[in-house]
Design a protein around this ligand. Structure first.
Ligand code: HEC
Length: 214
């Protein structure tokens, strides 16, 4: 019994198949969509599909931004001495942390240019304690981190604008630490300094004290 039904279905399908095929072909050809002209909304085109009539949809709640105008507004032009945010203890601590992570391996913990990578053969960075870099505007440091400088790659991907400012603030503190006037010291430190002056001078000339760009 089952066998005879199967047979009759089979024979009917064989009879119908040319007609079905023709129908399928005509349907397919009338619905076919050219790859080159796909339905889409052009930017800011109106839409009757959404209740507010806009095809551009508002951001979903909780979207996480990548980069931001507020961060870009912190940029300092290369020849400017501006510093757009207050220098606080927290900013300096953040700057020290970021500097030690991203800069000290070449520039050295004190900024003398004797980081471990330079000692192992990479081009020696100049010391931050040469006159030219002591007098360089804050914008120069911002520019070097953003765009790189000579053999040094840029750090714009690793160090966002606010951290670049934190690092600049810390480099200024490093520069001050190696070039502070004696009057900035406490009286105890000044005493220690004058006793140290009686001792034989230490040899402080290192190759990093020389500026390769002079
Ligand atoms: C992989 C090593 C390396 C790292 C990491 C590095 N630098 Fe440098 N940097 C160099 C070298 C090398 C030079 C000298 C490039 C040249 O003169 O061609 C340099 C030069 C500089 C200069 C001096 C530019 C001038 O006017 O002479 C500044 C400022 C500077 N780097 C800041 C930074 C800061 C800030 C960081 C961390 C965010 C950093 N660098 C990370 C290798 C490095």
């Amino acid at each position: 019994m089952r066998c005879s039904i199967n047979l009759s279905l089979h024979s009917r399908a064989r009879f119908l198949s040319p007609a079905l095929l023709a129908l399928a072909c005509s349907l397919l050809s009338s619905c076919s969509q050219e790859m080159a002209s796909q339905p889409k909304y052009l930017p800011l085109a109106p839409s009757s599909f959404f209740a507010d009539g806009r095809s551009a949809r508002p951001l979903v709640k909780g979207v996480v931004p990548r980069g931001s105008l507020a961060q870009e507004a912190l940029a300092i032009p290369p020849n400017s001495n501006d510093f757009p945010i207050p220098v606080t203890r927290d900013l300096l601590l953040r700057g020290r942390e970021r500097y030690n992570i991203f800069c000290s391996e070449c520039h050295g913990i004190t900024g003398d240019g004797n980081g471990i990578i330079a000692l192992r053969g990479f081009r020696h960075p100049p010391s931050y304690h040469i006159d030219r870099l002591r007098q360089a505007p804050t914008g120069h440091f911002y520019d070097v981190m953003t765009n790189g400088f000579g053999a040094m790659q840029d750090y714009s991907a690793q160090v966002p604008p606010r951290d670049r400012l934190a690092i600049i603030a810390f480099i200024r503190a490093l520069q001050f630490s190696q070039h502070a006037p004696a009057t900035a010291l406490s009286s105890a430190d000044r005493d220690a300094l004058s006793h140290a002056a009686d001792a034989p001078p230490a040899d402080s000339s290192t190759p990093a004290d020389k500026d390769p760009h002079e």
